[in-house]
Ligand binder design. Structure first.
Ligand code: AMP
Length: 485
């Protein structure tokens, strides 16, 4: 057991960049950039990475994770050899650009350093030519990297370090197989670094398959929820719960809201009532089969449905980026379930709000939750002037969602990649603008893509009359009332 004093001493020791075994050249750069102190993820990762260890790290955007892997990579480069020494895989072009920017910034003291982005949606030839001339660090999306590897444009034999950045998002986007194909032929002695915001079994499996004796680094404080999630309660008469829910949805502007109930009968009733008033709402309960559950979740993730009403069983494992409001329409009897529910929001460094409806000032379930988390749950008061009444609230909340979801009958098995779908919708063939296309999820045998409601019918038409990867697929709009009765 640790002595309490020891905790205090550990907490007071502030790491410095000098204490991390970085080279004088890199120390000068971090100093110039005004990085006065390593972030916790940097302090925990840099020494192990400099020593050549594999690492699996949990960290959020903004934690300084890019520098955590970029600094050791830069320190290990042999600039004299114009050979590819580090490969970084990212789920999106934007992230590739961001990582490349950071690597170039940190590497500005290295004359002759060559950093190349290899992303889809851009001509491959200039990328091949740059590879031929020789680069030190390549940063790319899995699809394009695999293309270059398979065509022999990218010589992997000299790679010393490979980084999987936002590995969970790469899996979500259907890149799992591509990532495995990229990693398999790399030199076995290479160092493998994996960063992920979440740790589903698939990430553990990826680490098992491609890493050796990886150091686990998790800098998320156990009490992180307290910083990211604002917890509130509101007292209402049992008969006024629907009204209170609508007021909360109105008073707390959100991208996506998840409303928890204890029973599926209440879920159905609420979903029906709100949908009848024109709200963008759907439900998730134990009655749904896997196919429809996936459809509902895909629509919720890509913001084709703003409010999702769920039971605990059905809501388990929901991991939605940008979920900023959780409402407990009914409180669960077990405090652990409360913690699990509110933990759906406040992800990835974003702020979330969790509000519980109670029907009396003393509620043993709230007290149990407070006892378990050690955090008081504040009571929310509605001023009479704040509330225009149920009918007016429903009217303001009604409206189509900004995005609609299209289901495409092809997936990874058909070699469809997100970039192919984007290509079919935009450009000369598709005619849509990039801004009209939202999240693209390629699953094993089918894909979901979010498109602006304004152009959704045209998009379905284009997809049905055109081809993806030279093949024809069926495209249909999915939505409440369309996906099931
Ligand atoms: P990241 O989490 O890698 O996206 O980094 C977030 C931002 O923090 C980037 O703009 C970095 O340039 C910056 N940054 C990284 N490390 C430090 C540090 N030790 N001190 C101050 N800023 C940093």
């Amino acid at each position: 057991m640790c002595h309490p004093l020891r905790h205090e001493i550990v907490a007071r020791v502030q790491p410095t960049f000098e204490s991390l075994s970085l080279s004088p050249a890199l120390l000068a750069v971090v100093d110039e950039l005004g990085y006065t102190q390593p972030t916790p993820i940097q302090a925990a990762s840099i020494p192990a990475l400099l020593a050549g260890r594999d690492l699996i790290g949990q960290s959020k955007t903004g934690s300084g994770k890019t520098a955590a892997f970029a600094l050791p990579i830069l320190q290990g480069l042999d600039l004299g050899a114009r050979a590819l020494q580090a490969l970084v895989l990212c789920p999106t072009r934007e992230l590739c650009a961001q990582v490349a920017r950071e690597v170039r910034k940190l590497g500005r003291g290295y004359a002759g350093l060559s950093v190349l982005e290899l992303v889809g949606g851009q001509p491959a030839r200039p990328q091949r030519e740059a590879l031929e001339r020789g680069v030190h660090v390549a940063i790319g999306t899995p699809g394009r990297l695999l293309d270059h590897l398979q065509r022999g444009a990218l010589d992997a034999r000299t790679i010393k370090t490979v980084v999987l950045d936002e590995a969970d998002r790469m899996l979500d986007m259907g890149f799992g197989e591509d990532v495995s194909k990229i990693l398999r032929p790399l030199p076995p002695a290479r160092q493998t670094i994996l960063f992920s915001a979440t740790f589903p079994d698939s990430i553990e499996a990826m680490s098992q398959a491609h890493q050796r004796d990886a150091l686990h680094v998790n800098i998320d404080e156990p009490d992180d929820a307290a910083l990211e999630i604002q917890e509130l309660r509101i007292d209402v008469e049992p008969s006024a719960k629907l009204h209170a829910l609508c007021w909360l949805l109105h008073a707390y502007p959100h991208e996506s809201a998840l409303v928890f109930c204890n029973f599926k009968a209440i879920v159905s009733e609420l979903a029906r009532t709100l949908a009848a008033s024109g709200l963008s709402v759907d439900r998730l309960d134990g009655d749904l089969d896997q196919f429809h559950r996936d459809q509902v979740l895909a629509r919720f993730r890509n913001q084709s449905v703003r409010v999702l009403i769920a039971t605990d069983v059905a809501g388990r494992g929901i991991d939605v980026e940008g979920l900023d409001l959780v409402i407990n329409f009914e409180l669960p009897s077990q405090p652990e379930v409360y913690v699990h529910r509110i933990g759906r929001t406040g992800r990835a460094g974003k702020k979330g709000v969790a509000i519980s409806l109670t029907t009396g000032p003393r509620d043993s379930r709230i007290e149990a939750a407070e006892l378990l988390t050690g955090r008081p749950i504040e009571t929310l008061k509605r001023e009479p002037g704040d509330d225009p009444g149920l009918a007016a609230l429903l009217e303001t909340l009604a409206g189509s969602p900004r995005m609609e979801t299209i289901l495409i009958s092809g997936g990874r098995k058909d070699r469809v990649r997100p970039g192919d779908i984007l290509g079919a919708l935009t450009g000369d063939a598709g005619g849509l603008r990039g801004g009209d296309v939202g999240k693209i999820e390629v699953q094993e045998r089918l894909s979901y893509v979010a498109v602006s409601t304004r152009v959704s019918r045209a998009a379905v038409g284009r997809l049905n009359s055109g081809r993806i990867k030279g093949k024809r697929f069926r495209a249909t709009l999915v939505g409440a009332g369309k996906s099931r009765s």
